[in-house]
Design a protein. Structure first.
Length: 317
């Protein structure tokens, strides 16, 4: 992976909207072999200050709420603070589930939203490679305020909703349609949040009704015309790094070969990039053996009995 640094004239630029939990460990690990710049957004000023106090040189947190327009909004700070949102919880739906207590409102904080496009422009940040949005139902508003930013983005990880946990929140189908229209292709879904009903809460395992998950979208670079800016060598290499971070070594290899076919890479560059991708991919290769499927089912079932929450077991990528 170290070899790829020579092909990029800028760090991998990541935007993390809804960064209360801090950055994902994958980015810290990547920092050891490829330059990374992360801009996190956390509208809770106290939490934002606490995150900046950690003093991580490659991360900067901004205390802004972003949306579709510049307007006053209300931030609903919930008992489960990680579920706080600019949208009000839908208690008609939530009241049927054990999780209802987590969605009680502790405090309502008046805030002002701005668009992601405007905040990044004011901060002198451009050519963003990746955006992660985890804002408890406010995802569509943010995407609608990021039209200019998204033109340069290769990957988006976004929280999506399958049931009405928050009032007026878009469903997965709405987000999928919006991102498809903007030129992104769905690559995967991670099921991350299930609600267990109050009735029969102690029956069975932790699995309940699926309410939310995370989706990962990429630009399908091999389908783009040769003049696309995503074939710029530095930007292409950062896209390859992102694809590998999510385990898509086949897609990374396809992007490299497509760039070579369009004469965006020399033969020597092709060989170097193919070698790096192949080497990294072999590190993640699974072992095949007789009875593997049975063993996987056994481990999965055991995991569900040993964890309190379904999403702790499933996790994300």
């Amino acid at each position: 992976m170290q070899q790829l640094k020579a092909y990029s004239n800028a760090p991998l630029t990541l935007i993390d909207i809804g960064a209360r939990a801090g950055i994902h460990p994958r980015w810290r690990k990547l920092m050891n072999c490829f330059p990374v710049q992360i801009i996190g957004f956390e509208p809770d000023e106290q939490e934002c200050a606490a995150l900046n106090a950690k003093g991580e040189a490659f991360v900067k947190y901004l205390p802004f709420a972003v949306g579709a327009t510049v307007e006053p909004r209300t931030f609903h700070l919930l008992v489960a603070e990680g579920s706080s949102s600019l949208l009000r919880p839908n208690y008609t739906f939530i009241s049927r589930f054990v999780s209802e207590r987590n969605y009680a409102i502790k405090r309502e904080i008046p805030i002002q939203t701005n668009t992601l496009d405007a905040v990044l422009k004011q901060s002198g940040i451009d050519n963003v490679d990746y955006v992660k949005i985890d804002t408890e139902g406010f995802e569509r508003e943010i995407l609608n305020g990021a039209t200019e930013t998204l033109q340069h983005v290769f990957a988006i990880e976004v929280e999506v909703w399958f049931n009405p946990v928050f009032t007026n929140a878009p469903f997965f189908r709405d987000i999928d349609a919006l991102l498809t229209e903007k030129g992104f292709v769905l690559f995967d879904l991670a099921k991350s949040n299930y609600f267990k009903r109050k009735v029969g809460a102690k029956l069975g395992g932790p699995k309940g009704q699926l309410v939310a998950g995370d989706a990962i979208y990429f630009r399908d670079i091999p389908t783009l015309p040769p003049e696309s800016s995503f074939y710029d060598k530095a930007k292409l290499v950062r896209a390859i790094v992102l694809a590998m971070q999510y385990g898509y070594f086949d897609f990374a290899l396809e992007m490299v070969q497509s760039a070579y076919q369009h004469r965006k890479l020399s033969e020597s560059e092709l060989r170097v990039l193919e070698s790096v991708i192949t080497s990294e991919g072999k590190k993640h290769r699974t072992i095949d053996f007789r009875g593997k499927h049975t063993a996987e089912k056994l481990v999965k079932r055991l995991g569900r009995f040993l964890t309190k929450f379904e999403w702790d077991y499933l996790g994300n990528w």
